[in-house]
Design a protein around this ligand. Structure first.
Ligand code: GLU
Length: 462
């Protein structure tokens, strides 16, 4: 049997990290089993679905490199099909028209609440024999006896009595099909073998199973994943800071760090913390997903991010850096190759955004130096030393770190001062700040012309 999984987001906002983890688990399982991963956009809620949200979801999936084999399918393009299946259920008597007015249903509900009963439809139209010329919804005729048994890959056995369920609406008065119905039709049509989704959908599952059974469809295996909690033990929310994939990207997290972080929230393989994509595909199994919810830990995400910044393939990571550089409006057409800047900074930052900010000094003109920093590091003596250094630099024909280093050493020696006494004013003079990669590398990246220019300017200003 070919495994077919799907990720079925509703496009009502950005891709939440919890949904991203669901997508990741579905994707991993399909890859692990050499199956098919389907992307389905559940956009039947016409009021809340937006094109921006669809674009944001697709963009986030691409950024995470969770590639899909089929789709994206849009449920709004399947309305004809849902109509056909709804009619089929009507004709076979497994669904019926319900003419109950809003007022009647509201009254029913109020009465049930007053009697401390669970609000549910009472089956008023279930046995109507006539077809009326009035607005109607279509309800699924849920079995009234027996039970639904789910062998959930994460939760284990879950049993729900049919007497707990009522006859749910599958098509509204305006002809728009409802969520539980469209999911069933699509999972059936798309031959989905494994439904991997958040456990907020567990309540829907017995209803969906009953409809699938009525259609004579084969049942998929279900895996309901517990939610991600914030550090306060409540559902992860904006209180914790970023909750969408895009926000993490914008803050300078790498997709591999976010994926590695998310996969471990709810799944483990021994004590291993860091996994390559290949390892994840090799080890991942839905049966190993934890039942208990897991708590989000931003510190660990940053730790992973740093790891990938240090260890990842530089040409690949430089592309991500390039994106951040563009966001900051930094023009890199003049100046060092960005990959060299990446290599110089990779061990000195926690995020790509921080790296992009620190890269500016290699591409942009030096802004005025902070007065306090200037006073502390650029005394008259220091400026004199730097002019000497500038003269020595002029003669460096190959502007590479080792030669630059030698030139600084030579200057210090000639001036009879320690290297450190020269290096820090030099750093301040060319970068405007007190922290940068090693001075010779910094100078190499800034480029000879710029270094001479910045040191020369100092004399005039000083
Ligand atoms: N569209 C649903 C959601 O975004 C998911 C439905 C499903 O996975 O079955 O919550």
């Amino acid at each position: 049997m070919t495994i077919r999984t799907r990720f079925a987001p509703s496009p009502t906002g950005f891709l939440h990290v919890g949904s991203a983890r669901t997508a990741l688990y579905s994707w991993l399982y399909a890859r692990r089993m050499k199956g098919t991963f389907i992307l389905r956009i559940e956009d039947t809620d016409l009021e809340r679905s937006t094109k921006e949200a669809v674009d944001a979801i697709l963009e986030a999936m691409q950024w995470l490199e969770l590639d899909w084999d089929e789709g994206p399918f849009f449920q709004t393009q399947h309305f004809d099909r849902y109509r056909v299946v709804a009619n089929q259920l009507l004709e076979s008597g497994q669904a019926y028209r319900c003419y109950c007015s809003k007022e009647r249903l509201e009254k029913l509900r109020e009465g049930q609440i007053a009697n401390k009963e669970k609000p549910r439809y009472d089956g008023h139209c279930r046995d109507l024999k006539t077809v009326k010329q009035e607005p109607f919804v279509i309800r699924f005729r849920n079995p009234q006896t027996g039970k639904v048994e789910i062998d959930d890959a994460v939760r284990g056995r879950v049993v729900i009595e049919n007497s707990e369920l009522d006859d749910l609406i599958i098509v509204r008065t305006d002809g728009v099909p409802t969520y539980n119905f469209t999911v069933v039709v699509d999972d059936w049509d798309m031959k989905v073998t494994h439904v991997i989704r958040g456990d907020d959908h567990l309540n829907n599952t017995p209803r969906q199973i009953n409809i699938l059974k009525a259609l004579g469809a084969e049942l998929p295996i279900y895996a309901h994943i517990p939610m991600i909690l914030g550090s306060d033990g409540k559902r992860l929310s904006k209180r914790e800071g970023a909750i969408s994939v895009q926000q993490y990207r914008d803050e300078g997290i790498l997709p591999e760090a976010l994926l590695n972080y998310l996969v471990r929230l709810g799944w483990s393989h021994g004590d291993q913390e860091i996994f390559s994509r290949e390892e994840l595909i090799q080890y991942f199994d839905i049966h190993d997903i934890n039942k208990a919810p897991s708590a989000f830990n931003p510190e660990k995400l940053l730790w992973l991010n740093q790891h990938y910044l240090k260890m990842g393939e530089s040409s690949r990571l430089t592309k991500h850096l390039q994106w951040h550089i563009e966001q900051l409006g930094i023009n890199t057409s003049r100046g060092p190759a960005l990959e060299e800047v990446f290599l110089a900074l990779r061990e000195r930052v926690k995020t790509l955004r921080e790296m992009a900010e620190k890269s500016a000094v290699f591409y942009q003109d030096l802004k005025s130096i902070d007065e306090e920093v200037h006073a502390k590091h650029l005394s008259k003596d220091a400026i004199d030393h730097l002019q000497k250094c500038r003269l020595v630099f002029k003669d460096v024909s190959e502007w590479k770190a080792p030669f630059i280093h030698a030139a600084i050493e030579k200057t210090a020696e000639e001036l009879g001062i320690k290297l450190g006494v020269l290096a820090q004013p030099l750093r301040v003079a060319v970068t405007g700040g007190t922290v940068s990669p090693p001075i010779d590398i910094t100078l190499q990246l800034i480029g000879k012309d710029q270094v001479l220019e910045r040191l020369g300017r100092l004399r005039k200003e000083g």
